[in-house]
Ligand binder design. Sequence first.
Ligand SMILES: [Zn+2]
Length: 698
Amino acid sequence: MSPNHPQNRRVFLKQLGSLGLLTTLPASLPAAALPASPNLTPAAKNRAPLAPNAFYPLPLAHIKPTGWLRDQLTLQANSLSGHLDETWPDVGPNSGWLGGSGESWERGPYYLDGLIPLAWQLEDARLIAKAQKFIDWTLNSQAPSGLFGPATNDDWWPRMVMLKAITQYYEHSLPTKEDPRVLPLMARYFAYQLAELPKRPLRDWGKFRWQDNALSVLWLYNRTGDPRLLDLVRLLHTQGYDWVAEFANFPYKERITAEYLKLDQDQGLKDLALATHGVNNGQALKSGPVWSLLSGSSADRNGTENMLAALDRYHGLPNGMFSCDEHLAGPNPSQGSEFCTVVEAMFSLEQALAITGSPALGDRLEQLAFNALPGTLADDMWSHQYNQQPNQVECSLLHKPWTTDGPESNLFGLEPNFGCCTANFHQGWPKFSASLFMASPGIDGQVNGQIEGQVEGQLNGQLEGLAALAYAPCQVNTTLRDTPIHLTQQTNYPFSGAIRITVSPAAPLSFPLSLRIPAWAAGATLSVNGQPQPAPAPGTFAKITRLWKSGDRVELTLPMEPRLVPGFHGSVSIHRGPLLFSFPIGESWVKLRDRGLTADWQIFPTQPWNYALAATTPKEISTHVGDLGPLPFSARHAPVHLQLQARKLPAWRAEDGVANPLPQSPVTSTEPLETITLIPYAAAKLRISAFPQLQQTT
Ligand SMILES: [Zn+2]
């Protein structure tokens, strides 16, 4: 259902009421809401001979969302994510991952990969019970050979996903009930893989997604130190697709068509189709950094940034995504990006950021989390798209701009086009929440930034610290050198640039706190207990090393001036902080069909959208900031509006529900000057995000 449809608004408001979301919530829970536990297990570090990470993910139970982020996860738990098994047979009681005769490939594992962090982040007993059924079946499914999972399907690929799911389960269940079945199952399965892969090598999806397998092997190696696990990582790399080599000389610079791929001659499983496949590219963003842990190569370590540079250049869109509908589709903002690619790219960025410590990857992670992720979901999170477009003027069956996807791809529904995204989207918010803070080795030179305060000499080089990799309200309960630390982050970011972090160690403790300063944040300010600190440099981690005492307060203010960013055909997009802003086109939601607990929807525009912008500088944009409402990524509750002047451009039209490619800017128009209002991208389900620019008349 959609709240934008009048018939559903009453139901939707009732749902919100039952969630307690109709009243304005505080930006964060009280600082003492979760007491620090003395039994917390610290993050696992890389064992020799692996290269060190810049940051180590905290055990997932150590970090919890608060404020608007907790509301978002709660909404997710109470909508399709929390009820999918009740309405979609592919993850229902007959799933092969529950021992049934139903779907036995990737859909069960995909669902668990998001359901587990969602359930345990919220400590939601109902969702934990749902996840536990799949986990228990999986952990008890191992054959004497070492293979686990549905016996009817021995594909390597779905097991790569389930391994990610059960490693999260293991970390989430700490410290109270570390499940003793997890590590032995993984050890036996990896021994099976090491023996079996030479006879039955990686193929198609598994070949192009080998790094997701390697990630779990490295996770186990850091806990057991068994050197045969490194042999397995080397074998996976040898059999897997070499993404770093492809992007060293990137060949796919044009929109990839079905004719180019000769899709009529196979099922899209040839290397050419798989190398240009959006989700494969999203998953591969971490490929170089993951392999760099063993190779030690800087080319591998920089692999994510090299991939992003090429994808941005030839297929980049203003929402931070690359086009992929289903294959790389060029820079026209009327092309789409698949939802699976958004959440897989986010997970890759979280992993690559931990390994490399590159602050630019945190900028990109926020850009996807605050724009492309909520932009693909209906406000009530009961329906989603397969493909989203930055310039999305209609979501209907008429709509066929996709390079290889079907006509339902940008409808909002249960499983538009194909059900992979229905199974896979759940990981987006909860893994983002779990990645806001990580542990840092605290070794000088590993993290760029400034050092302030005194470090005790004998501890220098050994200190462990904490790092804020992305910003959203949350709290952390962890330990550093056996001292429990409670930390809260209170903020309305990304809608506001004011961030307050309160640090409360159980006893005074020296450690570095590193804060990512986004590249766009020129003029950011930083203070500790009201004392101004040196101005932090954009595009770095600012590091504050001091003797922290309970209640110490760090205030970070990131400037939120609007920015004009150039794009396709001389167009311009408006950004403010990590948010992209769009012109919201009036929407008419029309139900196509009921789908069990939910429905499939078309959306038709109710007003013109073909505006060209007169503004050329931030000074010509006025900003209006209101209170943070219950659903900040919805049009009705969008807390920030931007206003600027524009003229309609009659020559720029839509055909079959698709905005024609933007005319080359600058453009001219004799239509009257109007003031238009932009809202955050994700709040506008029909929208213009890349605008032509008017010729200046002076
Ligand atoms: Zn998908």
